[in-house]
Design a protein around this ligand. Structure first.
Ligand code: SIN
Ligand code: CO
Length: 402
């Protein structure tokens, strides 16, 4: 079979919209070429855009106690950002500087039917994927700084002009600035810049660094934002849902059990039984399953937990006690298990995981009183014993010999 050497041309990053095609193309083409894939600037997406809301209406809404509003002022000289997360009052607005500030109000579509009507233009998307219409008002220089959003967003210019800078470089650094409460990027270098006029719209898929700054005069931007639960949220909710529906009598079962080779070990057969009992667990990494099961089973239905000692023991003090022949007693409420990882070994104690060696892990599971006399303890084992003492799982009984 002949392989064509012509590579497919990338679709353009800028197109022209019209009254009948706000995306500048059919929804099917937009979804195929841009949605969740690449940014798109649509000039004139909403020709003759009639703003459903005046700046004063937005400020009024921002002062409603239930509104989600933020007032952000940028002190450009010192590069300080001041965020007032509301509830806002008229006084807050009277104190704003002449420029470099912005007001953002989320969920405006829930408050205003004309704003909600804008969503009709996005009917080609599943309605449950749409989160809200957030509206910002900004004076020249106002914005929220360079950042990344986790969701797709359509940024419709509603009033005035805004300068947008974005980066579609997949290698762009995504680290945050730690000195401000806004999740701003520590570094941002744009690959594309545009000045958006009223009616222009910028679509951004998740993860694209962007920075929008009001230009020239008062500026309003309508952000039609999507929502997409994280895999962690989906997993947590599905697990709760399944748990509610499973009958009590379906339990961990081991009719295939063989005599234990190593005391306390969560071995391969356990992991296989879990995968059989919970089919969706079969897709998970074995180390992850072991880590979860070890923590779970050692805290499962424990009536009590060992108390943490008032004062932590220093490593030197423990070394001295062990040299002097002290014994380590396992706390009666400590429930232990251990497992091999692909690299290394973990001891689990009442829901916590500790780095261990198989020899020490098994000894701790097997013996209520650990006699270390004459036993060589390596640095992993020593750190483990110290952590277990300081978490209350092992109690030191000093030697009587002097
Ligand atoms: C804004 O409207 O100022 C911010 C919108 C965004 O960047 O997500
Ligand atoms: Co954004």
């Amino acid at each position: 079979m002949a392989i064509s050497k012509t590579s497919r041309k990338l679709p353009p990053i800028e197109v022209k919209g019209s009254a009948t095609q706000p995306l500048g193309m059919s929804p099917a083409q937009f979804l195929r070429d841009y949605w969740q894939k690449r940014p798109l600037l649509i000039r004139n997406a909403f020709p003759d855009f009639k703003a459903p809301l005046e700046p004063d209406d937005l400020a009024g809404l921002a002062c409603e106690p239930a509104a989600l509003a933020r007032l952000i002022v940028h002190d450009e000289k010192r590069d300080r950002w001041h965020v007032n997360s509301g509830p806002l009052s008229e006084d807050d607005f009277s104190r704003t500087p002449e420029s470099n500030w912005t007001l953002l109000v989320q969920d405006v579509d829930k408050w205003d039917v004309d704003v909600a009507a804008l969503l009709d233009r996005f009917g080609f998307l599943p309605s449950w994927r749409v989160d809200d219409v957030m509206i910002s008002y900004a004076e020249p220089g106002g914005g929220v700084g360079a950042h990344v959003d986790q969701y797709d967003v359509f940024l419709l210019q509603g009033l005035g002009q805004r300068h947008w800078a974005i980066s579609d470089d997949p290698m762009a650094p995504k680290g945050f600035r730690h000195d401000i409460e806004l999740k701003q990027l520590a570094q941002f270098e744009s690959t594309h810049e545009w000045l958006l006029e009223t009616g222009d719209m910028l679509y951004l898929p998740p993860g694209i660094p962007h920075d929008g700054v009001a230009f020239g005069g008062p500026c309003m931007t309508y952000s039609i934002g999507m929502r997409a639960p994280s895999q962690a949220e989906l997993t947590g909710d599905l697990a709760d849902f399944i748990a509610e529906h499973l009958p009590e009598e379906l339990r961990y079962a081991d009719p295939d059990l063989k005599p234990a080779k190593a005391i306390g070990e969560i071995d391969r057969a356990v992991i296989e039984r879990i995968k059989y009992a919970l089919p969706f667990a079969a897709a998970l990494d074995d180390d992850m399953l072991r880590d979860w099961f070890g923590r779970f089973i050692t805290r499962y239905r424990n009536a009590q937990f060992p108390a943490i000692p008032d004062k932590p023991l220093a490593d030197g003090a423990l070394a001295k006690q062990l040299d002097a022949g002290a014994q380590l007693l396992r706390h009666p409420w400590s429930r232990l298990a251990w497992s091999q990882r692909r690299k290394g070994c973990t001891l689990f104690a009442n829901g916590q995981a500790y780095n261990a060696t198989p020899g020490m892990a098994e000894q701790l599971c097997a013996q209520r009183s650990l006699d270390t006399a004459g036993r060589k303890i390596d640095h992993i084992e020593f750190a483990l014993l110290l952590a277990l003492v300081n978490d209350g799982h092992l109690l030191l009984r000093k030697s009587r010999r002097r």
